[in-house]
Write a protein that binds this ligand. Structure first.
Ligand SMILES: Nc1nc2c(c(=O)[nH]1)N[C@H]1C(S)=C(S)[C@@H](COP(=O)(O)O)O[C@H]1N2
Ligand SMILES: [Mo]
Length: 489
């Protein structure tokens, strides 16, 4: 077990992205040693647009126009359209690293989220990757280590598609009181899309990987920020073998650069952080990524970047003033909700399988709506529960005082995709109303009503209160997600 104390300045996933982002647009492709911890040659080199030579400004305005236009010596690289133009359905939280959430509740009336409305969550800037030069290496407990081209990944194994509700572990963070630091996601860091790719189990079996329970696939992102931690997550082998993909298509089109082009890990139903983008290396291990070998200053070769931060220090449900912060090689249960129930044994749940949650998409926040001729309003939304199915959704039109059951409609994809629900609001009275929805999953877990006070620590979950936590993770309290709307006469 690691002896390292949490580096408090990096305890929130957000500290890193906000304060220390790297301005590097180009990633040079070199995968380095397969045996050692990825050595990336050429990273951090500045290959930005050359600045044209500058001349001293004249002290007096020139009287004659120059006879010849200034000659361009170098053609600058074509500028990409700004983020807001590329994703008109998103509200930008930061342009670099790229962070953006759904701009309107209306996203949550449809089954499929268009790419332009699907949130983006980056710790470091989106790398610029050439698909033909990209490889994914497989290392660790395998018969033979290998480096796979995108061509091989796409065409040497089976292809599968899965519907997945991708949600950032920090979605709903802005509702924590007192406020916690970091990106202030409201409800918009979630979307439902169809992902197509290669089952990771096919690749592991082909290369004789150790795939029994208790092992982990540690997956590293390929953006390799200079002097920063490598985005790395350890996925339990049971989940990897069950349904995890190396995905290259999103809604039938190539995954966009911001969403992980040319290939990302897709862990159906699990929190966004597990879905490593720009996958560079997969390492088969008999524990989660942990210990000196993977941490500074022991990280081989460069002594700077660590591989443990995003698995062991971030994405944990840490109560106020918690100093225990143990780091585990393995835990008895991966479901995030169940870990929270076992808070004595597992201190600080890891954000793996998602908790049950629902969002109203119509009416939208602050919207004025009018009843149909029959005097009804149809409330529409979506509900999901990670890799468990949603069993029921209830809707309240009086701020949670009374509830009625909604009905499901729309496509039934994998349980890892959300369900659409509708609730017919009979005879709504004119004026302002507070609409709330709450989902219950197949195991009987229901969204709690509110967020606890910090001093209630983690046990509040048994008391219908989502535990306030330092990172602002996992918020599925229903009251804070309510919609206020006005019904016209
Ligand atoms: N390599 C890499 N993968 C990553 C991240 C990252 O910063 N780097 N962010 C993670 C987080 S926190 C989330 S919520 C999802 C977001 O995926 P999206 O941007 O496609 O919505 O990607 C995950 N994969
Ligand atoms: Mo996230």
């Amino acid at each position: 077990m690691s002896q390292h104390q949490p580096r408090t300045e990096r305890d929130s996933e957000e500290a890193s992205s906000r304060d220390r982002f790297v301005r590097r647009r180009r990633l040079l492709m070199a995968t380095g040693s397969l045996a050692g911890v990825g050595v990336l040659a050429g990273c951090g080199q500045d290959t930005g647009t050359p600045t044209p030579a500058e001349t001293e400004p004249p002290t007096e305005p020139p009287t004659e126009p120059p006879t010849e236009p200034p000659t361009e010596t170098e053609t600058p690289e074509p500028e990409q359209e700004p983020l807001e133009a590329r994703y008109p359905g998103l509200e930008i939280l930061s342009p670099e690293p790229e962070n953006a959430q759904a701009a309107a509740r209306a996203t949550y009336t449809d089954y499929i989220t268009p790419r332009e409305e699907h949130y983006i969550r980056n710790h470091y800037p989106t790398p610029d990757i050439e698909e033909s030069e990209w490889t994914v290496s497989l290392t660790g407990m395998v018969d033979g280590e290998v480096e796979l081209s995108m061509e091989q990944i796409k065409h040497s194994f089976r292809t599968q598609s899965v519907t997945h509700t991708m949600q950032c572990a920090g979605n709903g963070r802005s509702f924590f009181d007192p406020q916690v630091g970091g990106n202030q996601w409201h409800y918009g860091a979630v979307g439902n899309t169809v992902w197509t790719g290669t089952p990771v189990s096919d690749i592991l079996e082909s290369y004789g990987a150790e795939t029994s329970d208790g092992h982990f696939l540690t997956v590293m992102g390929g953006e390799h920020p200079e002097g920063e931690d490598i985005f790395t997550r350890s996925i339990p082998m049971q989940k990897v073998m069950d349904d995890t993909l190396l995905a290259y298509n999103m809604n039938g089109s190539p995954v966009s650069p911001d969403h992980g082009f040319p290939v990302r890990l897709l862990v159906p139903g699990w929190f966004g952080c597990n879905n490593v983008k720009w996958v560079d290396r997969m390492h088969v291990m008999d524990s989660m990524v942990i210990g000196d070998e993977w941490e500074e200053p022991g990280a081989p070769e460069d002594g700077q970047r660590t591989y443990t931060h995003w698995q062991q220090y971030s994405y944990r449900v840490v109560p106020e003033e918690d100093t225990r912060a143990e780091h585990y090689e393995d835990i008895p249960v991966y479901d995030t909700r169940e870990q929270m129930d076992q808070t004595d044994e597992i201190n600080n749940a890891y954000m793996y399988d998602q908790v049950e949650k629902s969002l109203i998409g119509y009416p939208g926040e602050g919207q004025t709506v009018s009843p149909s001729p029959a005097g009804t309003i149809e409330i529409i939304g979506v509900a999901w529960a990670g890799d468990d199915a949603v069993e029921t959704v209830e809707v309240s039109t009086d701020g949670g005082e009374t509830w009625g059951e909604a009905e499901f409609f729309g496509p039934v994809g994998a349980p890892t995709g959300w369900r659409q629900f509708r609730y017919v609001w009979q005879e709504p009275s004119a004026g302002e109303h507070t609409l709330v929805s709450r989902a219950t999953d197949e195991r009987g877990y229901t969204q709690p009503a509110s967020i606890s006070a910090p001093e209630d620590q983690l046990r509040s979950i048994q008391d219908d209160q989502f535990p306030w936590n330092q990172g602002g993770y996992g918020n599925n309290a229903h009251l804070v997600h309510a919609v206020t709307c006005t019904v016209e006469e």
